[in-house]
Design a protein around this ligand. Sequence first.
Ligand SMILES: Cc1cc2nc3c(=O)[nH]c(=O)nc-3n(C[C@H](O)[C@H](O)[C@H](O)COP(=O)(O)OP(=O)(O)OC[C@H]3O[C@@H](n4cnc5c(N)ncnc54)[C@H](O)[C@@H]3O)c2cc1C
Length: 535
Amino acid sequence: MKRWNGWGDDSVNANVPAAALRLLESIVGAPATPRDASREKVLASVPPSRLSGETGIDTRPEARLAHACGQSLPDWMALRTGTVGVFPDGVAFPESREDVRALIGTARNRGWRLIPYGGGTSVAGHITPEPSDAPVVTVDVSRMNALLELDAESQLARFGAGVAGPDLEAALRARGFTLGHFPQSFEYSTLGGWIATRSSGQQSLFYGRIERLFASGHVETPTGSLSISAVPASAAGPDLREIVLGSEGRIGIITDATVRVSRMPEEEDFHGIFFPSFDAALSALRELLQGRLPLSMLRLSTPEETRTTLLLAGHARLIRALEGILALRGAGTGKCMLLAGLTGQERVVAAARKELLSVCRRHGAIHVGKSFGHAFKKNRFRAPYLRNDLWEKGYAVDTLETAVRWSRLPGLISGVESAIRGALAADGEAVHVFTHLSHPYQDGSSIYTTYLYRLSGDPARDLERWRRMKRAASLAIVEHGGTISHQHGVGIDHAPYLAAEKGGRGMEFLASALSHFDPQGLMNPGKLIRAEARS
Ligand SMILES: Cc1cc2nc3c(=O)[nH]c(=O)nc-3n(C[C@H](O)[C@H](O)[C@H](O)COP(=O)(O)OP(=O)(O)OC[C@H]3O[C@@H](n4cnc5c(N)ncnc54)[C@H](O)[C@@H]3O)c2cc1C
């Protein structure tokens, strides 16, 4: 069963190895053990619903609690400490375009606010209800999850927007296809959520981000239906898919979408490669990307993340032996780990592998083989489970991400890392911060930073500390020319920084586009563009 106050299925556990805990404690100090609120206590805090006797809307506290929070750190803290505060008044489960249309009609007549809900994996506060005088209904689209059409010749598949990653891949694989979209939240996130947040999967280098995979779709909005048809390319004016991508539930509800699928690849390889320094690794990465080598994944860790990842891997003796060999070959304390993926036809993969390894070697890298890469592939959806164990041991963990051009990348990484560390310096508190590049491009890369700090025993202080770190990091991102989000979207947490990126006229345009589809402001209010930023 899905955990109600953490990540993932409650039958799956991942424990942080003792060596990693020792490192953490040596950096941030001994934590206070959290005293989590019980589910019964949190259920008892759900206020009476302001809806009465509406057919097809679940107003039970259990359903309202299950849809009250996403997976951001403030969401986690609210659930763990029993301070959720705002709950939806009810949850609707539409099964068709017609159901969605009827629901939006009722909301329009009664002034309800609607929050579209996919898998609830948002890490930016997208699905968290804001305090409102009007009743709030969360619209869980998980019953619209079928494969509706497969045009095998054109490699186009249409699904209900509520289909979650594993069900979508299973339906395609049974027919010899894959979408190839594997965000780390794959187990629970949905097609509609990916589109609405402009998601990026781990192998986006080969398959593309959701923007490329999303061919067409249908959205029910408060002012009518928006249907976009699938064509391979078009010069017929601005592309309407762009207003759906990243719309974060603000223009309406995506009911179904057509995606570009691929034949299952003949071969898929993942390799572990170590560089003597981060600079050497960056030069190799740029050469690989700017040479347009057909790779499916390049994930490069800084020295600090490399150290932490090796400790988290467990197998202490094996890792020590590996580090000994790497040090003898020139990759000592400043070493960086690159995980490289190759996907596609056998002969293309073989040629790309040869070129990949030859470019890396020219930059001083040591190839440690496939087993390292395959351990990553096997465990890639398990890493978020560590968050449960870390919390229970007294550590809060959060991640943030951005993208920036190559020439500004080193400055942005050090700017963000030192902003996070500096944010708690006044309290005398240390933070463990580390970074990797997860989605590199020809002109730059996404940057993904993880930070851990110890819980203090006072939930209000822990949340205030998170706010300080998040704000400092976001300002550093803006200052260094990065985007406020490369893949997680805007939601509540990134909204204050959106104007710095879009500019005044850009913000006005976005606000008027939202109003065009939703003049009453019924859809997911407060997300993406805050009311105060609209005027
Ligand atoms: C452990 C973890 C790892 C993650 N890894 C990645 C990653 O690798 N890559 C990545 O891109 N993201 C990642 N994320 C973030 C998150 O999974 C994505 O933002 C995802 O796209 C959200 O999908 P969802 O179905 O859960 O949407 P939800 O969280 O339910 O909703 C997100 C937003 O989309 C809107 N929405 C959802 N469905 C619809 C619909 N049918 N119509 C209109 N609006 C809709 C909601 O209103 C909301 O604004 C991760 C999150 C977690 C917790």
